[in-house]
Design a protein around this ligand. Structure first.
Ligand code: PLP
Length: 375
């Protein structure tokens, strides 16, 4: 049997990871500024993470959501602390798309309405409704097409106002910083208007924090930069540092009811242990602060480079626009300079999504190599 061939692959086999470095089967060492699509938050193979998962799997890997699981409660408490929302509730699942599906479902249950607003260049996942609200026709199958999805121009106040005037809106979903769309940051006024319209029309504000959340931007949620509260925050990626886990942070105004949401694997013992280890490391090692300091340093230094066209981002979520397509540059960075970077839907943009504990000297190493690579 062969693998279903859906991924274009680099000819590299990574066999080991340590902090912000990964190693291939030939012994080459790479600086990882991509973290496998923003997944690595506390670095590869962090000893506390390895120990927590190892200890747990020796006791119990999985049992279902029909019994008490104090690890889930500990995780909810920790996420409440880290996010500054101790009185909110947490629903655990397994991935980003699943977190968004559950958030959209919850919004529709709560409001009794069907229409969802999302935005151009937004990405929310590949499952049914998550892909229907994603702005990429190539990944929307005919069965996913629905008139309930309204994809509006990003940062366009007029379009937002008209959509609310003409439709019964259940929810607005927006990334605090667009990821695959090219690291695009919504305007303050736009975010404020989404909040106002949701309040006026009884719609639910969903902050997709799957890529930009969990401390990556320097705040727990990148939405926190706006001083505006969403109703639901969806999380995944950095939450488990590679162990599949996702979650929806739910405002206290939503009422839970048995059977409303559910999952077989979500929040299982091993996944909750992994996520607890991540949250503990973020807290104990002050990683949100590091993300802000080292990330903002990288942004400033990149902005001072002459041949760089534009740099956008916050903390460890950075988009670098070059005046040309970057595919070859990314290959050079990888094969000649041993640095992993990410792409974006815009062909001229490089995405940097390093672990939150990237050091200043690792950032400097990247800046030196990047300057050589763009010469
Ligand atoms: C903003 C955003 N939302 C949702 C998703 C979907 O997450 P997953 O791939 O875990 O389903 C992603 C994944 O890239 C994402 O970046």
């Amino acid at each position: 049997m062969s693998l279903f061939n859906v991924y274009p692959l680099f000819p590299i086999e990574i066999v080991k990871g340590e902090g912000s470095y990964v190693f291939d089967n030939k012994g080459n060492k790479y600086l990882d500024l991509y973290g496998g699509h923003a997944v690595i938050s506390i670095g590869h193979s962090h000893p506390h993470y390895v120990k927590r998962i190892t200890d747990q799997v020796q006791k119990l890997g999985f049992y279902s959501n029909s019994i008490q699981n104090p690890l889930q409660e500990q995780l909810a408490e920790k996420v409440g602390e880290l996010s500054g929302r101790p009185d909110w509730n947490l629903f655990l699942c397994n991935s980003g798309a699943e977190a968004n599906e559950n958030a959209l479902k919850l919004a529709s249950f709560h409001t009794g309405k069907k229409k969802i607003i999302s935005f151009t260049k937004g990405f929310h996942g590949r499952t049914s409704l998550a892909v229907a609200v994603t702005d990429n026709k190539n990944i929307v199958a005919p069965v996913n097409e629905t008139e309930n999805s309204l994809i509006l121009p990003f940062n366009d106040l007029g379009a937002l106002e008209n959509a609310f005037a003409e439709n019964e809106i259940a929810a607005v979903i927006i990334e605090g910083i667009q990821g695959i769309g090219g690291i695009n940051i919504p305007d303050q006024e736009f975010i404020a208007k989404i909040r106002t319209f949701c309040d006026q029309h009884g719609a639910v504000y969903i902050a997709d924090a799957i890529q930009c959340g969990y401390g990556r931007s320097g705040q727990f949620f990148s939405h926190d930069y706006y001083n505006i509260e969403a109703d639901l925050y969806t999380m995944a990626k950095g939450m488990g540092n590679g162990f599949p886990i996702g979650g929806v942070l739910i405002s206290p105004k939503f009422e839970a009811k048995f059977g409303l949401l559910g999952t077989t694997f979500g929040g299982n013992h091993l996944a909750s242990s992994a996520a607890l280890a991540v949250a503990e490391v973020i807290q104990n090692e002050n990683l949100m602060h590091n993300s802000m300091v080292v990330g903002d340093y990288l942004i400033d230094e990149l902005r001072s480079m002459e041949s760089v066209q534009e740099v956008r981002g916050r903390g460890m979520m950075i988009g670098i626009d070059m005046p040309y397509e970057v595919a070859e540059l990314r290959k050079r960075l990888l094969f000649d300079h041993q640095i992993f970077t990410g792409s974006a839907s815009s062909k001229n943009t490089i995405r940097l999504l390093p672990a939150l504990n990237l050091s200043k000297s690792q950032a400097d190493h990247f800046l030196e190599e990047f300057a050589k690579a763009i010469k």
